[in-house]
Design a protein around this ligand. Structure first.
Ligand code: CLF
Ligand code: SF4
Length: 525
């Protein structure tokens, strides 16, 4: 038991609930735990930060940018920038050869024991560059056999590559599917390059869709886990994504990740230049909620860069530049498999403890009549990982948002913000933007917060809560929910009206070596 969970120790000493089998469908999804799925599947996803929401608090991924070419054009992508499928466009990537990529993986794995997955996600399309992609996988699997291999693709070349994907033991494949109707597709894809020919309009969209769905079926027939990414483009495919959801579920997709369109004019994309807007946080959540009854939804995606390194939501890629990796002598890399395994064992014990505390709390709350029919609330959390409320308000670059009721505390999204505390001083402009970004939340849980931001948040009816500092997130949220409802029922607080329209902030965090992580301005190649 982690001493940081001391507030929950007493609860743990009481008898726990009976072990149950698979819970209701609503508890499955990327937030699911071992009780919710087949043990074989759980083994594959339990330390993959994208396929398991729980895992993303503890484990990191890295991308190796070995795939520069692409075989299609998406209206949300400018080729001068990173792939929008798996990386926010507009942040510079260094491209790698397969050999340098494998060396980089060893260097990162020896430094960051949390890193369990290597993905190839661009900056173009992984399967439009098959020789580079598969050579990279071959080298990594020989050098670092405990690392999971993952790839992301637009799916056009996928049916021709499924056997090779299986041969290289790639267990996780992401296919970006934005439509299953060519009429919708022609508004998203101006052209594709297929069978040595450039196709345009509806024909292009039809071929792409057929190849994506065929590839998906072929992968699931081989028991390879497939995540489908979809970019939500209001007015173009937002309603249509419900049909996409049904079609990919039918074909065995494991997870559906509906992501917001990122389209700023300065990115130079077709959508950016023509004023196509992205969804608000509420619109995105509403669509994700309506698809959740159909299949497992991912909500913790950070739309990472093609060379991202670290926990989702942080990016340590600047610590591992090509120049640094080239300068490293491979014999100096301390790739210690046993240290990595020991780290994972420790993490698994912590996760088990946090899970058990949560189960016991939920069981207790279920018996509390006061909480019956109490509507869920949104609560933001400042965290640096490990499933704990362990970040100072002023140091947060993003807040995780949870929907909490008596039955669960479910991760439903994140809000990127500017640092409030710069050089020891609070920034009023940042505070105003943070307050706006959290406007739909009733509280924000932090390790610590100063009197001034606390007052400003409270004026906006966002309670700043630091009494759960360094405790586990989900049990703290459940405990807070019970207290909140009791206060509402007694008339101590009036429930907050939420107006909607919360903007989604795009941006990637990169950390110059030795410095704080900052939101950097876009830099073209
Ligand atoms: Fe990378 Fe993608 Fe593999 Fe994850 S990312 S290739 S599945 S290892 Fe993850 Fe990043 Fe979202 Fe992608 S958070 S953009 S879903
Ligand atoms: Fe850009 Fe990726 Fe679309 Fe290719 S598949 S155009 S790289 S977003």
């Amino acid at each position: 038991m982690d001493a940081r969970d001391s507030a929950f120790l007493k609860i743990l000493q009481e008898p726990g609930p009976e072990a149950s089998g698979c819970s209701e469908k609503s508890t499955c999804g990327s937030s699911a735990g071992p009780a919710d799925m087949d043990p074989e599947v759980w083994e594959k996803v339990k330390n993959h930060p994208c396929y398991s929401e729980e895992a993303h608090h503890f484990y990191a991924r890295m991308h190796v940018a070995v795939a520069p070419a692409c075989n299609i054009q998406c209206n949300y992508c400018n080729r001068k920038y990173d792939c929008s499928n798996e990386s926010r466009p507009g942040v510079v990537s260094e491209r790698l050869t397969p050999e340098l990529a494998a060396k980089k993986v060893l260097a990162v794995a020896s430094e960051i024991h949390q890193m369990t997955v290597v993905g190839i996600a661009g900056p173009g399309d992984s399967l439009a560059n098959p020789e580079k992609t598969f050579k990279t996988f071959e080298l990594i699997s020989k050098a670092a056999p405990d690392i999971k291999l993952c790839l992301s693709t637009n799916g056009l070349a996928l049916p021709d590559m499924v056997d090779r994907i299986a041969d290289y033991n790639v267990d996780h494949v992401t296919v970006t599917i934005n439509m299953v109707d060519p009429e919708v597709g022609e508004k998203i894809y101006p052209w594709i390059y297929f069978n040595k020919k450039r196709w345009k309009g509806r024909d292009a969209a039809r071929i792409l869709s057929e190849r994506q769905l065929l590839g998906l079926e072929m992968l699931t027939a081989k028991k390879i886990l497939v995540k489908v990414n979809s970019v939500m483009i209001p007015g173009i495919n937002d309603e249509h994504l419900k049909e996409v959801n049904r079609e990919v579920k039918k074909r065995g997709a494991f997870l559906h990740n509906i992501m917001p369109l990122i389209s700023e004019p300065e990115h130079g994309t077709y959508y950016g230049l023509t004023g196509q807007r992205g969804p608000t946080a509420e619109e995105l959540k509403h669509l994700q909620d309506s698809c959740e009854g159909e299949m497992n939804m991912m909500r913790h995606c950070r739309q990472c860069r093609a060379d991202a390194v670290g926990l989702l939501g942080e990016d340590r890629s600047a610590e591992f530049t090509n120049e640094k990796i080239e300068a490293i002598e491979i014999q100096d890399v301390a790739y210690d498999l046993s240290a990595r395994e020991a780290y994972r064992d420790k993490v698994e014990k912590t996760r088990e403890t946090q899970r058990r505390i949560k189960e016991i709390l939920v069981s207790g709350l279920g018996k509390n009549e006061l909480l019956e029919d109490a509507p869920p609330i949104l609560v933001a959390v400042a965290t640096q990982g490990e499933g704990l409320i362990n970040q100072h308000f002023g140091h947060a670059r993003e807040f995780q948002v949870y929907e909490v009721d008596a039955s669960d505390a479910k991760f439903v999204g994140h809000r990127r913000v500017d640092l409030y505390c710069e050089g020891g001083y609070g920034e009023d402009d940042s505070l105003a933007r943070i307050t706006e970004a959290l406007s739909d939340c009733v509280a924000v849980m932090v390790a610590k917060i100063g009197g001034c931001p606390k007052k400003t948040l409270e004026e906006a009816r966002i309670a700043a809560v630091d009494r759960f500092a360094h405790q586990s997130i989900k049990p703290s949220l459940l405990t807070y929910f019970a207290e909140y409802v009791a206060d509402v029922r007694s008339g101590k607080i009036v429930p907050k009206e939420v107006s909607g329209g919360t903007k989604i902030r795009s941006g990637a965090y990169t950390a110059p070596p030795g410095e704080d992580v900052r939101l950097l301005a876009r830099q073209p190649f």
